[in-house]
Ligand binder design. Sequence first.
Ligand code: CMC
Length: 429
Amino acid sequence: MSDNKSVVLNAAGKNVELPVHHGTLGAPCVDITRLPKETGLFTYDPGFVATASCRSAVTYIDGDEGVLLYRGYPIEQLAKHSSFLETSYLLMNGELPDASQFAKFEHEVTHHTMMHEAFKSFLHGFRHDAHPMAMLCGMVGSLAAFYHDDLDLEDPEQRRLAAIRLLAKVPTIAAACYRHSIGWPIRYPRNNLEYVERFLHMMFEVPSGPLQLKPVAAKALDLLFILHADHEQNASTSTVRLVGSTGANPYACVAAGVAALWGPAHGGANEAVLKMLAEIGRPEDVSKAVDRAKDKNSGFRLMGFGHRVYKNFDPRATIIREMCHKVLSELGVDDPMLEVAMRLEEAALKDEYFVQRKLYPNVDFYSGIIYKALGIPTEMFTVMFAIARTAGWVSHWLEQQTDPEAKIGRPRQIYTGAATRDYVGMDKR
Ligand code: CMC
């Protein structure tokens, strides 16, 4: 590095000076945009392991130190003092709201929760056993058809309204997908309830009687939503930005985010935890599972342990662990699978193999257990993640729309196909 403002790269027989950009926090980034023009060379970075795709002021992660900041605020402070709705305002607007700003925001989100009645017939077009993520993806995408003609992306107020609509309607759609899958009538959103309680009512209330909701259930879900609200340029957020870079309708962008989240390498890990616990089966079989996870030939890993970015600990897991134990004791849940989970956590945290490799339970280990304790079925786990992450997706989409450096996302490739050749008629092949 020649100085901290630029690096000189010796490439294609010449020295090229490349600027280095510094953010508020985090590693500096070498700007390689002029490299192809000056040298004819491109860069190769599958999975964007070493590449920043944009400037963003929304979220910061330091994986080595276990730091997660939303708009500069540590996740621990937001988890303790904030709510999901206030956190969503923060992510979308950059600052915490004052009382009147929050009241207006809450009012708007509350009054945009209804779905057009035509959605019902659309929903009923799905087979009852369709995966809820498939339904969610289709239903969110279809919002583009309902709010297309009047959407002017140049108008900041219309963009803001689209973001509010998404935040408001995704829980309604999610609950409707669940109820369709079990053959229950859809519940309309109740405006007298707060965001998370309203969602739980839409999920679980039956026409024959009121839902008795324990406060710890709404509190735990609100906390999980805060923890999952954003995680900087992860796969689904990057997908939303990539689709957004083409000028596509925001509902279509978020539907693409839902699709990206669905994969087991991204939002599907909490589902994998529950499947693993079911496979282990009994608390007395936990030590056998731990031994299998240590055996490299077994091909088995403890799901919900370890993290690609957080190498010391996942700050979200530290927060949610406490809530997980509270939920289990306050709800008095008596489920052998949860007993398996608690034994597994205890055994792995004491085991030399896991301690040495710094393999701690991650956020998905505990979130799956909490969802299960709240009565949310396993196929809905990724849907829950999508509800929370909608706050992050719309915040990144809004940010991108005013980014003067934003360009259509268009990666290059290393072509490995055939070189130029002549067409041969079928009779000569
Ligand atoms: N169980 C047993 N051993 C493990 C595990 C595990 N869950 N995770 C890592 N190891 C071992 C691994 O075998 C290796 O051992 P050694 O050094 O002896 O070869 C060492 O720990 C380092 O593993 P790695 O594969 O190099 O670590 P990574 O950073 O590439 O992988 C991970 C991270 C999350 C993919 C991995 O820990 C894993 O597969 N965990 C289970 C799946 C899971 O819970 N995923 C959800 C992550 S949180 C998602 C989110 O934030 O959205």
